[in-house]
Design a protein around this ligand. Structure first.
Ligand code: FAD
Length: 554
């Protein structure tokens, strides 16, 4: 059997790793206060696999034989657990449904190709059989982009790229690397850094997402201010379509009409299978520093981030949390570590004496990379801007905390689900001039919906990923649903008002989680009716039989 490793079938990450609160003294009080959950009560357990019923595979003998001929007997699986792992991503809707054993349509087989020739053979066989093919990277998407359509009558094949995970070549003169699409973040970075290079793309899902998935969902990493989003980083690729391969050589720029590169980036498996890509890579930086700062309020933090984006400094990370997210960060700190040292020294008392309202303070992280002189100069510029907006520097210790926590926090959604509560995210981007309004409208809409549902809800936000003309706002919300209505119905109600408030206040439906099925209802409002028509035409031309991941995007 294949040796590709997968995430838990019921939740985020790998077995044996979970979120714990016992080492975070302030967390239980915070959760009780904000969402009314008493952590002194034992949480529930995730279901066991035996408790769920998996529909039988419908893989027919003919297609099965062709797939086995294409990739080898051991790389085609109809195993129930593997098919369930390949049914959902890791969105809240996915987690709730998979835990409940809600499996209307499960892929009939999972196929693990080793190279592009095998991908071509699989794609051709699937399309010739009028079956459905769904490319699978790490399964980490949170927009419902790889789940088979519930009433799909045709055979469904999940094509897992996990064996194609090698860095194939590095063009050192150009700062380009050719990398197979199934490489997970750690696979790729390990192979690059041993040769002195980095891609610099670090989404929070880094450990469990792949290059192909990043490209297919227009991903963005936490250091995008320096390295760019995946749409900037990806310079060329090979994409397998039925009977042909789209090949785009890596070019720094080109004027060859509407960009095929941009058509593929964000295509969520509907325009073919990305097998490898040329991406920008950089020399591993000499130094890396993340410094924490504190602002007296959200407006000051936003104004400072906007000013930094047009300054002579070019940090790798610009991030500021609103007051709610700041209180969450403080509540998740471990005993006597990081920022608590500062707090313990009476910093907050000093700030209070200076007239700060401690309910409104906003924590910020700014990342720096490069030579010592460059970093020093950038810190000086940033420090002045932060001071001008009333902020203060906390230092490197709290900054290191950000690096430590960034890959752990995702486990918190399963922790909340075990206690009957929903915790999820919605993110967007808008011009600087609109960000304040997007924030206010969204928070207000979510709170109004919490009140309507009669639930104790919490919403927090941070700004990250700064651009010349605007930035991303990333909202996290949590609430224990009331007993009157269905769990997912209440989740949908909150998610819907948040998404609609993005559109209504001039922001996009998503900055980096793609469209999938979850965000598809807002696509036309985002790109206009005529824009949607263009997209429909493209998808029809590329895939007239709707064999490639139908249902996602449109
Ligand atoms: P999958 O989930 O396997 O697939 C996603 C889509 O891409 C599907 O439509 C699939 O068919 C298609 N696809 C996959 N591989 C290929 C291929 N080779 N060719 C064609 N189509 C393909 N995203 C960010 O951008 N930044 C973040 O910081 C971030 N943080 C996250 C944190 C958590 C806790 C979670 C759960 C998700 C987060 N995400 C983030 C979302 C997710 O990780 C991204 O959408 C990621 O790009 C998906 O990659 P994947 O390899 O897991 O793709």
């Amino acid at each position: 059997m294949t040796d590709v490793e997968h995430q838990k079938w019921w939740g985020w990450g790998v077995e044996g790793i979970a979120f714990h609160h016992e080492d975070k003294p302030a967390f239980a009080g915070f959760v009780l206060d904000k969402v009314g959950i008493d952590l002194t009560q034992p949480g529930g357990e995730p279901p066991t696999f035996d408790e769920i019923e998996v529909p039988a595979s419908r893989l027919g003998d003919d297609l099965g034989a062709q797939l086995r001929a294409a990739v080898g007997d051991h790389q085609v699986s109809t195993d129930d657990m593997l098919r369930v792992v390949h049914t959902y991503g890791k969105g809240m809707r996915d987690l709730v449904r998979v835990r409940a054993g809600d499996l209307p349509r499960v892929p009939d087989a999972v196929v693990y190709p080793a190279n592009e020739d095998e991908v071509r053979a699989v794609v051709d066989a699937v399309v010739a059989a009028d079956a459905v093919l769904i490319p699978f990277g790490g399964g980490s998407n949170i927009s419902g982009s790889l789940t088979p359509q519930p009433h799909e009558e045709r055979t469904v094949i999940s094509l897992d790229l996990g064996r194609m995970n090698r860095v194939l070549e590095i063009d050192e003169s150009s700062g380009l690397a050719r990398i197979q699409a199934g490489g997970l973040g750690p696979d790729i970075e390990e192979q690059l850094t041993t040769r002195g290079w980095t891609m610099g793309h670090q989404p929070d899902s880094f450990k469990h997402s792949t290059l192909g998935g990043w490209i297919a969902t227009r991903s963005s990493g936490m250091q995008s201010d320096k390295y760019g989003d995946i749409a900037d980083i990806t310079r060329g690729f090979r994409v397998v379509l039925p009977g042909k391969v789209v090949e785009l050589r890596p070019l720094p720029s080109t004027s060859t009409g509407p960009s095929v590169r941009e058509m593929i980036i964000g295509s969520e498996g509907r325009l073919g299978v990305v097998t490898e890509a040329w991406v920008n890579v950089h020399r591993v930086p000499e130094n890396r520093d993340v410094i924490a700062y504190l602002f007296p309020n959200w407006a000051a933090g936003l104004a400072a981030m906007a000013e930094i984006s047009t300054s002579d400094a070019s940090p790798t990370i610009t991030r500021v949390s609103d007051a709610n997210e700041t209180s969450f960060s403080l509540a998740t700190r471990k005993a006597s570590k990081g920022i608590s040292g500062k707090v313990g020294e009476g910093l907050f008392e000093v700030l209070r004496r200076r007239g700060w309202d401690l309910e409104k303070v906003c924590l910020s992280y700014i990342g720096y990379e490069g030579g010592t002189a460059k970093i020093r100069a950038e810190k000086s510029i940033v420090g002045k801007i932060i001071g001008k907006h009333g902020g203060i520097r906390l230092g490197r210790g709290p900054g290191a905390l950000y690096d430590q926590k960034k890959f752990d926090t995702p486990y918190i959604r399963d922790f909340l689900l075990d206690r009957g509560a929903i915790g999820d995210v919605s993110e967007t981007a808008a011009p600087w001039s609109k960000l304040g309004q997007v924030y206010t409208t969204t928070v207000r809409a979510a709170r109004a919906k919490f009140a309507e549902l009669g639930v104790t809800g919490f919403i927090m936000c941070h700004l990250s990923h700064s651009y010349h003309s605007g930035a991303c706002l990333y909202f996290t919300f949590a609430f224990p649903p009331n007993a009157d209505d269905d769990f997912l119905g209440q989740y949908d109600a909150v998610k819907t008002v948040i998404q609609q408030s993005f559109i209504d206040s001039g922001a996009t439906l998503s900055h980096h989680h793609g469209v999938g099925t979850d965000h598809a209802p807002w696509l036309e409002q985002d790109i206009s009716e005529a824009g949607t028509d263009l997209m429909v035409g493209l998808l029809r031309a590329a895939d007239p039989g709707r064999n490639l991941n139908p249902g996602t995007l449109i």
